[in-house]
Design a protein around this ligand. Structure first.
Ligand SMILES: Cc1cc2nc3c(=O)[nH]c(=O)nc-3n(C[C@H](O)[C@H](O)[C@H](O)COP(=O)(O)OP(=O)(O)OC[C@H]3O[C@@H](n4cnc5c(N)ncnc54)[C@H](O)[C@@H]3O)c2cc1C
Length: 277
């Protein structure tokens, strides 16, 4: 690591210019990147570009949306009155990331840009229909969260681009986030699930499952079932759980088996629904 250059640009154009150069890596909280560097996953890394001085740390209302800066840490998301008022599922997901020290450094942008299928805030952002706000040398663009990921560790971000923040439609919601790991805390998800209910007029359900495929999956069959059902009885719960199991397309790996993950997708959905209805 000693031969890697380090930059701390004070403005966006300088940051994007640096990041367009080969093997220049953005670092926010460093809780994913530094671990990967130490494990030799970036043997050609030429420079670290610390983006923590960029104006990505605010949480603000803009018209009918809440904009959460990509540089907001999990702790600041958890402490935000607006996020608590409108998006409880995101507060719950951020609360499960690592332990306090990690949550004080880990950013929402880093969790998403890292593009792990097990990233805990990603299903919550899917369930909230977030848009990813991207900035680069040629300007700004936005991408729906469910179109952002192209595979494990991969996304539509191009060289020289950064996530500026996330736009979430300001609607009253209720939600639950559940995760299964090796331990109750400080563990990577074997499987996780976010349930969000938009409470504006007719209830609309959004369900997203993580660690169950190369990228987070929406469980649209269960969403439609719940919307049509109106009242959720035991039979509807069972059917929704069945749909969650069918939707999950996990693999077996060091953390869990394919069959356990599939079965637990249904169990988590039932638990989440019971917590919310
Ligand atoms: C002990 C430990 C426990 C953990 N527990 C969990 C857990 O329970 N759940 C979980 O989901 N994760 C967990 N993590 C992983 C990590 O903490 C999170 O993914 C965190 O949110 C990453 O954010 P960061 O700011 O540290 O990202 P960094 O490490 O700085 O960056 C991660 C990646 O994102 C890129 N990046 C960062 N910010 C931007 C941006 N604004 N635009 C474009 N690219 C960007 C970087 O270039 C890098 O590729 C854990 C990590 C550790 C070390």
């Amino acid at each position: 690591m000693s031969s890697i250059s380090f930059f701390r640009p004070a403005n966006l154009s300088e940051a994007c210019e640096l990041l367009a150069k080969p093997n220049h890596l953005a670092v926010a909280g460093g809780t994913d990147l530094i671990v990967k560097l130490r494990n030799g996953l970036f043997p050609n890394a030429a420079a670290l570009v610390d983006i923590s001085a960029l104006p990505f740390k605010s949480i603000r209302k803009e018209g009918d949306r809440l904009i959460i800066g990509s540089g907001c840490t999990m702790s600041s998301v958890i402490a935000s009155p607006e996020v608590n008022e409108y998006f409880p599922v995101l507060v719950k997901a951020a609360s499960t990331v690592g332990a306090t020290q990690i949550r004080n450094a880990a950013t929402l942008g880093g969790n998403v840009a890292n593009a792990s299928p097990a990233g805990d805030t990603i299903p919550a952002l899917f369930a909230l229909e977030a848009e990813v706000l991207i900035v680069g040398q040629t300007g700004k663009r936005k991408v729906a969260i469910d179109e952002f990921f192209t595979g494990p560790g991969r996304s539509v971000l191009k060289a020289g681009e950064l996530i500026e923040g996330f736009a979430l439609p300001l609607r009253k919601t209720s939600g639950a986030f559940l995760k299964l790991g090796e331990r109750r805390a400080h563990a990577i998800s074997k499987i996780n699930l976010a349930l969000n209910v938009f409470n504006d007029g007719q209830k609309r359900y959004r369900i997203a499952i993580g660690s169950a495929a190369p990228t987070v999956l929406r469980c649209k069959s269960a969403e439609e079932l719940l919307e049509k059902a109106g009242e959720i009885d035991a039979a509807t719960l069972e059917k929704a759980a069945e749909f969650a199991c069918e939707t999950a397309k996990p693999i077996s790996d060091v953390r869990s088996s394919k069959s356990y993950r599939k079965q637990m997708a249904g169990v988590l959905l039932k638990r989440a629904l019971k917590a919310v209805i």
